[in-house]
Design a protein around this ligand. Structure first.
Ligand code: SF4
Length: 366
């Protein structure tokens, strides 16, 4: 039997201590009994999946709430290639030195802290359970215990945020020595308390958010963290290999409620419902209806690749059935407007293009 190439593995851990008022991700209250049942279901699913993995990513929710023991049991059950990237999202309010050391010993080599801001005022407006001091402590402990690839998430466009306060958060992140940083814009989704309370009225307006984004890119690049995706910045060699699989349309399996997989050209979603996952850990539904044409796959590839600073190689787009000449025709006015560049056979969005990425991508691929 020919052994297939390794794939990525995403594990969704749906537990949180408390729901943040802006969050629309699927999560439920952390509960020991549920977490034990969840562990059992994850182990069952992993045992049935016939893959080897070169990246493993625990996302959430708040994966660290499972504790080192459960997380280690999951890692023990995964068929991991040597040199694999093993990442975990972590909330500073739920991390201590012994947990970090335990995970390091179990093979964890990348951790991404949901810091969001180093301003206590902003953190409190975001309803976060940690403060800036705790966030600094976690990052320092993770680096101290040898988890080499430490990332910080910061949020842009949050209530009370100013250019000065964001610059201060970025300077703090850089001074801590992290090799990776993600800067996401706050998006207020329907159904969240932020939506209900119309919190957008106390957030910076669109022009100010654009300024915050441009200034973040400049500050980070100056500090040696190069932008490699709309919201992601890294020193050489520290880009997140797991997330790159998403943008390169490479295969990844998924386990856990609300987790999505992409395997052999098919996108599947596990139901966003913990009880369904517990009763049927392998249940997942095909996301696309009917057969997906080559043209649609090429469109999807282009859309994802255009998120990367490297951009879309037109040769690869054409090889997937896309019409490269038409794309170039559509690109002309966008190049003239400074939203897109075409160099070395790649079409790439500029920083201003990233700011309007949905619109620019739709115009290109229309
Ligand atoms: S900790 Fe993260 S996943 Fe949980 S509610 Fe807050 S933002 Fe959402």
């Amino acid at each position: 039997m020919i052994q297939r190439e390794p794939v990525g593995l995403y594990i969704h851990v749906p537990f949180c201590r408390r729901k943040c008022p802006y969050c629309s991700f699927y999560s439920v209250a952390a509960d020991e009994t549920y977490m034990d049942a969840y562990l059992k279901a994850v182990l069952y699913a992993l045992q049935k999946l016939p893959y080897r993995y070169d990246t493993v990513y625990f996302g959430g929710g708040t994966p660290v709430l499972l504790g080192a023991k459960r997380l280690c049991r999951i890692l023990d059950a995964v068929d991991i290639c040597s040199g694999a990237e093993i990442s975990l999202e972590a909330n500073p309010c739920a991390v201590d030195a012994s947990l970090l050391r335990g995970l390091r010993v179990a093979g964890l080599n990348r951790i991404s802290f949901g810091v969001q801001s180093f301003s206590d005022r902003e953190l409190s407006a975001l309803g976060r359970l940690h403060d800036a001091q705790q966030a600094r402590y976690c990052v320092q402990e993770a680096l101290r215990c040898g988890i080499g690839n430490v990332s910080i998430d910061l949020m842009l466009g949050t209530p009370c945020q100013t250019l000065e306060s964001l610059s201060e958060s970025i300077r703090t992140a850089v001074s801590l020595g992290v090799p990776h940083l993600s800067a996401y814009m706050l998006k207020i989704e329907p159904g969240t308390p932020y939506w209900r309370d119309q919190v957008q009225n106390s957030c910076p307006d669109d022009d100010s958010v654009a300024e915050l984004y441009r200034s973040s890119v400049a500050l980070l690049e100056e500090a040696g963290l190069k932008q490699y995706e709309i919201s992601n910045f890294a020193r050489q060699g520290y880009a997140c290999r797991h997330n790159l699989k998403y943008w390169n349309c490479e295969d990844y399996a998924a386990v856990g409620p609300a987790a999505h997989s992409f395997l052999d050209g098919h996108r599947c979603a596990c139901p966003a419902e913990l009880d369904t996952f517990l009763s049927d850990p392998l249940h997942c539904d095909l996301v696309e209806e009917g057969t997906v044409s080559d043209r649609e796959r090429a469109w999807e590839y282009a859309m994802l690749r255009l998120r990367l600073s490297e951009g879309l190689p037109l040769s690869a787009y054409a090889a997937r059935g896309g019409d490269a000449s038409r794309l170039l025709e559509h690109a002309e006015p966008l190049i003239a407007g400074g939203f897109v560049q075409y160099t070395g056979g790649n079409l790439r969005l500029t920083v201003d293009g990233f700011l309007l990425s949905n619109e620019v991508t739709v115009r290109l691929l229309d």
